[in-house]
Design a protein around this ligand. Structure first.
Ligand code: ZN
Length: 225
């Protein structure tokens, strides 16, 4: 079990949602629900990483950190490459990384990066966070250009460290531009998933129509009956 998220000073979103970003207390589980999986509703690497901490705001369930599972970071990336626009553009993970167990050190770095994103969302960051982001962003390069028989060839070398670098860079761009004004939290009070609202007129309210959008519809129907 981990502590509930402490996002309190969100950049943007429905004002009614901002107040709900305040942390909730550590809770006792009351309902058994199916196993959670990664979601890729964030619209960018940083927010998708942030959303690996599930049920941050759900008083009925324990908050679940999906990065803490065995090879959590690798599983997250491999799923992202099928389910998110930003990761589909990446080369495949290097076979060495694909076959290796994710080290404790790498897992810690990923969780550290996610905590920095959380503090940036809450406008509660410290200079050390910025220093760490700058350092992590240097891990990014994963293409290498070489000459083979007089021909230029690019080779990819995507390691999980490079993915942390890519997320750090995305984070730097996101929070230093007005793109951060498009960050919203799902309007469902117990969801807690954040995303970039790129819709026309900024009208997106739900992490996903399939999940919280439908839950809201169902509850409206139930109220009518
Ligand atoms: Zn939601």
């Amino acid at each position: 079990m981990v502590e509930k998220g402490s996002v309190s000073g969100f950049y943007k979103g429905n004002s009614s949602m901002n107040s709900s970003m305040n942390s909730s207390k550590i809770s006792t589980p009351q309902i058994n629900t199916p196993k959670l999986d990664f979601v890729f509703y964030g619209g960018c690497p940083s927010l998708d990483l942030f959303n690996t901490l599930r049920r941050r705001k759900d008083p009925q369930h324990v908050t679940e950190d999906l990065l803490l599972q065995q090879d959590g970071l690798k599983k997250w990336l491999l799923k992202a490459q099928h389910r998110s626009g930003w990761a589909e553009l990446l080369p495949p993970l290097h076979p060495n990384a694909r076959n290796a167990v994710v080290s404790k050190d790498l897992q810690t770095q990923a969780i550290q990066l996610r905590s920095i994103i959380e503090r940036l969302l809450a406008k509660d960051f410290v200079p050390e966070d910025i220093h760490t982001l700058n350092q992590m962003a240097q891990l990014k390069p994963y293409w290498q250009l070489s000459i083979e028989d007089g021909v230029l060839v690019t080779k990819h070398n995507l390691e999980l460290e490079s993915v942390l670098g890519l997320i750090a860079e995305d984070c730097m761009q996101l929070f230093s531009s007005n793109l951060c004004e498009k960050i919203k939290e799902c309007a469902h009070e117990r969801c807690g998933i954040v995303f970039l609202d790129r819709s026309n007129g900024s009208k997106r309210n739900w992490c996903s129509m399939k999940e919280c959008g439908n839950r809201a519809k169902a509850s409206r129907f139930a109220q009518k009956d």
